[in-house]
Design a protein around this ligand. Sequence first.
Ligand code: FAD
Length: 543
Amino acid sequence: MKKVVIIGGVAGGASAAARIRRLDEQAEIVMFEKGPHVSFSNCSLPFYLSGVVADSKKLLMMTPDSFEAKHNIDARINSEVIAINRADKMVTVKNTVTGERTTESYDQLVLSPGASPIVPKLPGNDLPHVFTVRNVVDIERLHNAIVENDAQNIAVIGGGFIGVEVAENLRLAGRNVSLVEFAPQILTPFDDDMAQILHKEMVDQGVELIVGDGLAEITPNLIKLNSGKEVAADIVVLAIGVRPETTLATEAGLEIGEKGAIKVNQNYQTSDPNIYAVGDAIEVYHRLMNKQTRLALAGPAQRQARAVADHMYGIPVLNKGVIGSSSIQVFDYAAASTGLNERTAKEMGLLVEAVYIIAPDKVGLMPSSNPLHFKLVYELPTGRIVGAQAIGKGNADKRIDVIATLITMNGTIEDLKELELSYSPMFSTAKDVVNLAALVATNLMAGRFKQVRVNDVRRLVEEDAFIVDVREANEFAQGALKGAVNIPLSELRERMEEIPTDVPVYVHCRSSQRSYNAVMALNNSGYTNVANISGSFLGISLY
Ligand code: FAD
């Protein structure tokens, strides 16, 4: 009978335990968790702050008793593994309540200790009103501190997924929330043109968004930023990133990789073949970057856990590496991304092009139809898709999941153009946004039209470039680019002589679709230097 010991009882650890049991009814499975809870929904923690999750107990999906009853798994809470003796295949466990120490033998060991929030070394970082968010205890503590002190002003430091979700949920709870991000934008999986949509939404919903500034000091009632700015803060939440939990592995002499996380092979075995590691604590292979990376997400952790169990029982698993797919709700918007964004792809030296379209997510007649901002990044000259980002009030995640699938299958813009997706007016359009993006991309690649990007528009305006706005006159009257000439698409053919042939011409509308038709009409009428402004007025107005 095999004996498996697992360190960490949440995403990776609990998944590994459950799969091992499904493969082997006889195995002895002992799972140690240093905290008071196993198998909780980390990803739902922020939603307790707004009341979307009404009771923190609901965050707990399993208990030691239910593990025992349903799966015959010995889950031990308040049990921190403090040492691994590889020679004797033993772990030392400390009871975090009583301090008592015991040992436990193993045949195989699985490490899934996760990652811990980074706390910057700054004055005031240990004050009682400073919090991090990692587990149920953390979120209950934060929630109670806010409610008991009726804290009104809350500063969230860090504009990654956790920071944004915490800020949003606190705002929904009626608090004054400031979100501080050191980088020029929040949520770095998105390119800056896409992030502007999310910035606007945060601000529109009443969050004080401060980007390009860092935390310098925390005092009891305010935070001071690098710029000298002061922000009122009765509570401070630090969400500036996580550090992989490698202490135990390091002390046991296991190899740590170049990214500072536990090094594993394709079967998630550490440098000791009897010890596996999964989740936030390990390095993974990024198949688009062709290098090791860290990816602190629940889906990969659970897949790795299953692969570990399968490998233990001789079931072959092909490790395809990761591409990095994620999604997040930002108030009324859903935002999702997969693969590489344009910025990262270019930094890596990949030759890529990107198209940015804004198309209805459903047939316009439907009550809940909304524009979906969609950006597709593909390699030149192969057309291989390497990434996508989608933001809108509808199903951005569905579109990104289609692209994630294609990336995994090495799909190209031609494949996406021909991809047959389901359609009904309530769900999409007959040519879905993703198909449309592929049509634009294939036209662009074939040289059938040219484009410039929304972030070039400021320069074009300053240079007095010839910009044609093909929206209707009433739309133009409500706001337009300085110096733009209004020739609605419906009048273009009669008024074409107003457009010069000897200078570059830039065309935009609201969402790039009418302007694309105008560009093609001009191209087919002898114009040779016409470009569509990708992103058009909806994109421009965010800058
Ligand atoms: P964890 O699930 O964190 O489990 C590790 C456990 O190991 C911890 O409970 C820890 O106490 C325990 N442990 C550590 N050391 C020891 C030891 N020595 N002895 C015993 N026990 C130990 N991912 C997504 O994909 N989508 C999301 O929307 C999302 N939202 C998130 C929101 C929040 C607020 C947080 C915190 C994370 C979120 N994540 C999300 C990330 C996701 O939760 C993690 O990637 C995933 O939980 C990693 O699994 P893991 O098993 O490696 O670590």
